[in-house]
Design a binder for this molecule. Structure first.
Ligand SMILES: [Zn+2]
Length: 283
């Protein structure tokens, strides 16, 4: 059933802008107080969630159910000539599971759709959207985290991130329509579903952000989790070492710590919060 506007309005508040622009929104309760919600994070690669690790650790600690869905296996992004696609996919999976463990997120809450790294925008879009719609209808998230497809203008992201931003938004929209992918409803026991709230993340050009989560109490968890991506950044990108020494791990942790943004002196993660029907995600 299509969620009514009144039901959505109870979840967020419109903030009147100073200039003539669409009203910004903020959640009725601050993210720091959220509890009992189902949260679905959609990313292209194992480590896309690293930008939001403090927030995800907080949500998990506060009694929310956090699921991480990664579209690709991450089987391409290395400069180490010794690694095969198969090896890299397995390394990326283990790194992601180790990171999620540090965030308190169970391995059963990690979903990988198995697409090839770097080629997401050349996949059959209908099949990928159908796959995502399946998980949205199955998990019925209260909140979707996704790459920000942009608000006023189309945002340019590097390849897979660009595809993931649009695929997640398209899937959020398709999931609410009973007659789209109706086999999931008539044959697989699922029901159409409208996601009410969104937290869009981004890795550069933060001008659309309207919500900053104070991750002060979760910085160490973010640092520990991020330090597991040894094949993705740091020296392991060019020369992968499955058993890094103490010094290497210290350097990895320092890199993650340096990547944390601050606002008014506090460590934060920033998002574009949106609440409403998926048709207006970009408005
Ligand atoms: Zn990525």
């Amino acid at each position: 059933m299509r969620m009514g506007l009144l039901a959505l309005a109870a979840l967020c508040i419109a903030v009147t802008p100073a200039a003539a622009q669409a009203p910004a929104q903020k959640p009725e309760a601050p993210v720091e107080k959220w509890t009992g919600k189902t949260v679905l994070f959609i990313g292209a690669h194992a480590d896309d969630d690293a930008l939001s690790h403090g927030t995800l650790a907080m949500l998990q600690a506060h009694g929310n159910q956090v699921y991480i869905l990664t579209l690709t296996t991450g089987n391409v992004g290395t400069q180490d000539p010794r690694l095969s696609r198969l090896q890299l996919a397995e390394i990326r999976r283990q790194e992601e599971l180790a990171a999620l463990k540090d965030l308190g997120i169970n391995a059963e809450h990690y979903i990988n759709l198995g697409y090839d790294d770097g080629m997401l925008e050349f996949e059959d879009r209908k099949a990928v959207v159908e796959n995502l719609v399946y998980w949205i209808r199955k998990l019925r998230p209260d909140v979707l985290f996704a790459w920000d497809p942009g608000k006023v203008y189309q945002r340019w992201h590097k390849a897979d991130h660009r595809a993931a931003a649009y695929l997640a938004a398209d899937a959020a929209r398709a999931a609410m329509w009973r007659l789209l992918f109706e086999g999931q409803i008539s044959q697989q026991g699922l029901k159409e579903f409208t996601i009410p709230e969104y937290m869009f993340y981004n890795d550069y050009d933060f001008q659309d952000e309207n919500l900053w989560v104070d991750i002060g109490a979760f910085v160490d968890q973010r640092v520990n989790a991020g330090s597991h991506y040894i094949s993705q950044f740091g020296p392991g990108w060019k020369n992968y070492n499955p058993n890094p020494g103490e010094e290497e791990m210290k350097a990895m942790k320092a890199l993650v710590r340096e990547s944390i943004r601050t606002r008014d002196g506090k460590p934060v993660e920033g998002f574009r919060y949106y609440c409403g029907l998926p048709d207006a995600i970009g408005k």
